[in-house]
Structure formats: structure tokens, C-alpha cells
Ligand binder design. Structure first.
Ligand SMILES: [Zn+2]
Length: 214
């Protein structure tokens, strides 16, 4: 019996980390992510877009969201932060991330890579062999520096990312060119720039949003 209890205890320490990519719509094909760790506890990255999509996934998988993280502070990545805060899910701020790196929660070790460029506060989260890149790097292209960014810093951050293992799975903040890739392939595609038409569409959407919140 003692042995059996030992086995059960032992088993409870082994869990398979799961990544759920959520197609939440939002401003422009945004992704939120749930990383599921021990005891069905989950970390929510970039809570945004359609909250029903996120809530249904939480319910269907019987998850308890224990932390919110942001890849950066643009409105289209943060729309549901207050909603989940009100439900008791804390947010680790950019300042918090600087103080504790790496950190561990739900049995998952998270390393924050500070990758300014798209914005001053842009980060990537490295979890095992996965990299959540927000708007720093997409499957095909990089985030614009037009909204609080800096081109030189972005180039430096991409150079830094190119020092990492190229086989790492890349999970971007938007579906621009695909849902996921490897870091190596995404870096090869990082020269791709959105068309003038696409940039004009984004500009229009931002203006519409700013009007709404005024
Ligand atoms: Zn952004």
C-alpha cells in the first residue's frame, strides 16, 4: 500500500505541459495563449479578443487560470486584462518581469526575453522549446515600429533572437503568414513587410479604436 501511494504521488508530479493557441479574433487575427501546467493550472498570455473563446476553452478543459502575462502593452493584446483581473487572475507587469527572471508557476519555468523594438516593453516568453513572440516576430514578418517602437532596437532584438536554437517553436501574437513556425524559418522571413494597403488598413483600425475609447 505504501508503494502504491508512492506511485500515485509520483505520478501526480509528472504532467505534460500543453499549449493552446486561441484564435480570438480581436483587432487583427490576434492570438491569446493558454499554457497548461500542473493540476490544470494555466497561464494566459495576451488576454484579448473574443472572451467567449477563452472562457469556453477554460471550461471545456477544466482549467484554473493562475496568471496573466503580456508580450507588450498595445491595446489589441490587453483587452481582457481587467476582465480576468476582476475574476482574481493576477497580472505580472513589465516591472515584475524584470525583477524575477526566470520564474516558475504551475510547474512551468518561464524565461522572459526582453526584446524592445516593436514597443519599448516588448518581451518574448521562452517556455521549454517554445517562444511566444507577440508582435516582435511573426511567421512572415515583424511588427511595425510606428506605434511607440524603435527600428534600431528591433534589429538588435532580432539579432539576439537569432542566437537562440532555430528549432524552437514560434508562437506569434497575430496570424500574419501562419499560426506557428520555427524560430529559424520566421527569422528567414523577417524581411517580409506588410503591403501599403495592409498598413493603411491597420492605421484606419487604430484611428477607429482611438475614437471609440475617447
Ligand atoms: Zn503590438
Amino acid at each position: 500500500m505504501v508503494v502504491l501511494v508512492g506511485v500515485i504521488n509520483c505520478l501526480s508530479y509528472f504532467f505534460v505541459m500543453q499549449i493552446i493557441q486561441l484564435n480570438v479574433g480581436g483587432f487583427d487575427n490576434n492570438y491569446s495563449y493558454l499554457i497548461v501546467g500542473e493540476n490544470n493550472e494555466a497561464i494566459l498570455i495576451d488576454p484579448t479578443g473574443n472572451k467567449e473563446v477563452i472562457e469556453k476553452t477554460i471550461k471545456d478543459n477544466n482549467l484554473k487560470v493562475v496568471l496573466q502575462l503580456l508580450t507588450h502593452d498595445h491595446f489589441d493584446h490587453t483587452e481582457l486584462v481587467d476582465y480576468f483581473k476582476e475574476k482574481g487572475v493576477p497580472l505580472k507587469s513589465f516591472e515584475d518581469l524584470k525583477k524575477e527572471n526566470p520564474f516558475e508557476i504551475a510547474g512551468i519555468k518561464i524565461k522572459t526575453l526582453f526584446t524592445p523594438g516593436h514597443t519599448k516593453d516588448s518581451v518574448c516568453f521562452k517556455v521549454n522549446n517554445n517562444l511566444f513572440t507577440g508582435d516582435t516576430l511573426f511567421v512572415a514578418g515583424i511588427g511595425t515600429v510606428d506605434y511607440g517602437g524603435n527600428k534600431v532596437e528591433l534589429e538588435e532584438s532580432l539579432a539576439f533572437l537569432s542566437t537562440l536554437d532555430k528549432e524552437i517553436t514560434l508562437w506569434p501574437g497575430h496570424n500574419y503568414g501562419g499560426a506557428k513556425s520555427t524560430l529559424g524559418r520566421a527569422l528567414e522571413n523577417s524581411h517580409i513587410r506588410p503591403s501599403e494597403k495592409m498598413l493603411a488598413q491597420i492605421k484606419k483600425k487604430v484611428e477607429e479604436y482611438e475614437k471609440q475609447v475617447q
